[in-house]
Design a protein. Structure first.
Length: 256
């Protein structure tokens, strides 16, 4: 069969040339568009898609996720059934939105009831992952972007001999994670065990956060460091510009 494909692609024989021309004609074939009909077809397609998504969300995804939850508030909106491994407590507030599919992994070896708590009006993006050995708490009005990873339990011990023996991380390595109210965590950020992200803080996309984040600051980088000294708690319409930090000969902030 490979010899035939090579012959059809490279030969100057009339049959091979005809095959190539026929293939090209099929690839470039297009019908003229009658716009009223095309618009009607598009409207029908979009309407059917929206209806299917609505039915799947209301009668399958939300019902399945509510079955996982220990408690949940009104207005829960789940567009895809989360991938849940292990058993633990999921506590969800009111008007919480989960966009796309997320992963929730409970490490029950550290706690009989590891808990994930999501506060009122918070939003979680597609493909975000939560690994819970003790507790991960997300406050109210938080925005968790796509593919964010939060874990309070490392998957393996740092000691190579312990890893070779297949042992779990020691209990003291499991440290609860707390995301306070009004926090925004950007795309593909990673939050390490024991971290507390203060109220109103912003974690930039791709950041690796290994230490606590002060309230109303912006963190960025790997490892993440504070890159804004503005008080984000103040209204942008009434706040005065923050004074520029004095820089030394190296160009770095001397207030760092």
């Amino acid at each position: 069969m490979s010899r035939f494909y090579r012959w059809a692609a490279l030969s100057n024989h009339w049959a091979a040339v005809g095959l190539r021309r026929t293939r090209s004609a099929f690839q470039n074939f297009s019908l003229p568009t009658f716009r009223p009909v095309a618009k009607l077809m598009l409207a029908v397609y979009l309407g059917c898609r929206a209806l299917v998504k609505f039915l799947v969300r209301v009668f399958f995804c939300e019902q399945g996720f509510k079955a996982y939850c220990s408690s949940y508030g009104k207005g829960l909106n789940v567009t895809s059934l989360p991938f849940v491994v292990g058993k633990g407590r999921i506590v969800v507030g009111e008007d919480v939105k989960i966009h796309g599919r997320i992963g929730i992994i409970f490490a029950v070896r550290y706690n009989e009831a590891p808990t994930l708590e999501i506060g009122d009006r918070s939003s979680i993006g597609h493909n975000s992952t939560f690994v819970i050995g003790k507790r991960i708490t997300i406050g109210k009005d938080c925005l968790i972007s796509n593919e964010v990873s939060l874990f309070d339990a490392p998957g393996h011990p740092t000691s190579a001999p312990l890893r070779r023996e297949g042992l779990a991380a020691p209990p003291e390595a499991v440290k609860p994670v707390t995301i306070c109210d009004n926090v925004w965590i950007g795309h593909r950020a990673i939050i390490y065990p024991g971290v507390t992200v203060g109220e109103g803080a912003v974690v930039s996309a791709g950041s690796v956060v290994m230490n606590d984040v002060a309230p109303h600051t912006i963190m960025a980088g790997n490892p993440a460091r504070r890159c804004s000294y503005a008080d984000l708690s103040r209204s942008t319409t009434s706040a005065k510009p923050a004074p520029a930090a004095h820089r030394g000969s190296t160009g770095r902030d001397l207030t760092d």
